[in-house]
Design a protein around this ligand. Structure first.
Ligand SMILES: [Fe+2]
Ligand SMILES: [Fe+2]
Length: 381
């Protein structure tokens, strides 16, 4: 028997002899070595070894199936009982939902929807990034001039998706990990957030939407390791998917005379008749203005209605990206980043089915890592 086969046998024996580890405490992703190893043994033309390997492999698959069957979904985050309902949703008497919706819709169609202004210092950074010879050192130097902007980058980069447990403070090291397009998108996001800094009524709401977007981006990028071929596109689409909500709030704050302060909590539920209906369209408008790539724009536009909008044969990437953002959005909300969500089991969502996320041992191990991946908020506290 080859050394290689012996090694596999040892692995499998170790697997069987191992005491049942509680998945929730130590999630691991078992290496998918069966196919590679089968090919390796075939090359050696060792048919007896191949039969043994097949038997062991079958046992391993069976064992994993039993393990995943034993898992009780309700013990895990992906089977979510729902957040408590929001009581006493208030409203602004200055806002007539129907009229505001019609007016904003018209402005998007007529190309009159307000774009997000990019401050000069960010414009300068963006133009450096647009130079094919750009250097991340120059970019980080400019970003570091604004401690609040640098803080936003550090916050995202220190999610364990990028930091792998080591706290990163040096932007020069961090930016290349994010990649050029994602650095640009974070600059757009930061500019958008800055629009609300002097707006006490919507400032907190804007911060919540931005944090939800960071979480969605990180989760989408993580999921893409198994379920989508482009992690950078996934991050970008996750980051910008709800940018339309911020655009709409900005348009409302500029168009309607609202009080400077309110004696009630301003939450997203107040705008439930406006944002869900319009934010995808407004998001497409803003992303087009920023010249984001077409697949990402499609995902921004269809992250809620991807099942009904009929993607063409050559748009399958956009279709899968929309589904990926949809599920990342739901997961972010389950984990407390974003608007409340009703009871849901991730494995029964249409997006999960479209992305072929089957409920097997590997998928469960992989998904179980997600709460640990999105850690940027807890590090801040
Ligand atoms: Fe959305
Ligand atoms: Fe969202």
């Amino acid at each position: 028997m080859s050394n290689f086969l012996k090694k596999i046998q040892e692995k499998i024996s170790a697997f069987f002899l191992d005491e049942e580890k509680p998945l929730q405490e130590s999630p691991t992703i078992e290496p998918n070595f069966a196919l590679e190893d089968t090919q390796a043994v075939t090359v050696e033309n060792d048919t007896t070894s191949l039969d043994i390997l097949k038997d062991l492999n079958k046992s391993l698959v069976q064992k994993k199936k039993e393990q995943s069957d034993e898992i009780v979904d309700s013990d895990y985050w992906w089977c979510f009982p729902g957040h408590p309902p929001v009581e006493n949703v208030h409203s602004f008497e200055e806002i007539d939902d129907e009229k505001v919706c019609a007016e904003l819709n018209r402005r998007i169609d007529k190309d009159e929807f307000p774009v997000i202004e990019i401050p000069d210092n960010i414009m300068k950074t963006l133009s450096i990034l647009n130079n094919p010879e750009f250097d991340f050192g120059d970019v980080s130097h400019l970003i570091n001039r604004s401690p609040s902007m640098a803080g936003e980058f550090i916050k995202v980069i220190n999610s364990s998706l990028y930091s792998r447990g080591i706290i990163i403070q040096d932007l020069k090291l961090a930016l290349p990990r994010l990649g050029k397009e994602n650095v640009k998108a974070l600059l757009y996001m930061y500019s958008t957030k800055m629009c609300f800094v002097n707006h006490p009524l919507f400032n907190k709401l804007a911060e919540n939407i931005v944090d939800h977007s960071y979480a969605t981006a990180i989760i989408a990028s993580y999921l893409s390791q198994r379920y989508y071929p482009d992690p950078d596109g996934a991050f970008l689409a996750g980051l910008l998917h709800d940018i339309g909500k911020l655009g709409i709030l900005k348009a409302i704050s500029e168009t309607y005379k609202l009080p400077k302060k309110s004696d009630f909590e301003v939450n997203l539920e107040i705008f439930d008749n406006i944002l869900p209906a319009l934010h995808e369209k407004a998001g497409r408008f803003l992303a087009e203005n920023w010249k984001v790539n077409k697949t990402v724009i499609s995902a921004i536009e269809h992250h809620h209605d991807f099942m009904d909008c009929g993607f063409a044969e050559d748009e399958q990437l956009a279709y899968h990206l929309s589904a990926l953002v949809n599920i990342a959005d739901t997961i972010a909300r389950i984990l407390g980043y974003g608007q409340r969500i009703d009871a849901v089991n991730i494995f029964s969502l249409p997006a999960t089915i479209d992305l072929s996320i089957s409920r097997d041992y590997e998928a469960i191990s992989f998904l179980n890592n997600i709460p640990g991946i999105v850690t940027f908020k807890s590090q801040e506290k």
